[in-house]
Design a protein around this ligand. Sequence first.
Ligand code: NCD
Length: 336
Amino acid sequence: MKFQGSHILSVSQFDRDAVTRILDVAKRMIPYASRQKQCHVLQGAILNNLFFEPSTRTRVSFGTAFQLLGGFVHETVGQESSSLTKGESLVDTARVISGYADIIAMRHPTMHSVAEFASGSSVPVINGGDGANEHPTQALLDLFTIDAEMSRFGQGIDNLNICLMGDLKHGRTVHSLSKLLSLYDNVHLTLVSPKELQMPDHVVSILDDAGHKVTITDTMAGNLKSDVLYQTRIQEERFSSKAEADLYRGHFSLNKAVYEQHCKDNTVIMHPLPRDSRPEANELSVDLDDNVNLAIFRQAQNGVLVRMALFALALGVEDKLSQYERDVTWYSNKAK
Ligand code: NCD
């Protein structure tokens, strides 16, 4: 795949070699993200971050990633602060904003809206989540995390048992991650959700076509002995009312007792975050916070590396990083 100048809209764009390349470039970003060195290869370049739906990690890590490579970041947050509320089309907005930037990261509540926007953009657009459809950069950082965590046990991504749990119907992260896992060999996917919130059929078909074993269930007991357990939040904003979302909260809460009873000794726990910590949901209890297998904060940190890699590849600077290195002049406890 040619990365330079390309939009990144869906994980379906990637073959296994493309994913391997992204993850390799992401590893080369570790010295910069951990402040052993700084890199200014994107000095003068401008990222426009357009976030039309709530976001903490994705928005801030896109901005951080760009700044770690020396670029400037402009942000628009919320539809109410943009001319979309005046009836401007996504395509017109894209024509204008792409004139002000070298690359754009965008999140929007409507499925396929980021692709529509990209059709009007003269610069690469990276999908930061389009409704319940896809979240390609999250899936890449999830895969990076699975690879990094499993390397502790001498395992790669092939042949893993991976359990995805929660709102698999509306969760765009699990849609994109499942599609990426279809590029690997012999993965056993266990999909735990309420019957009404099962993984969409078109995603299950992709896993079936890849020859993966897929188990669909609404029961935790007997189904969590996986290498990786990926918990998700009930996607309240995709339901017609809070009351409807409330029907599904708290059914698959993962806590220390459940982990000890149902998981393997070293099942790696992942979650794209935010976790819903309200008592009625408590989908991932803080009583697991000191479990070494809880990877959620390492996972969020890996988002910076993967997004740095995507910027470098889309802007064609991935082989110039070392030419633009400098020493770090300030004290940083990250570099220890
Ligand atoms: C996810 C999202 O926005 O889809 N969050 C994220 O980007 N890390 C998951 C979620 O909101 O539940």
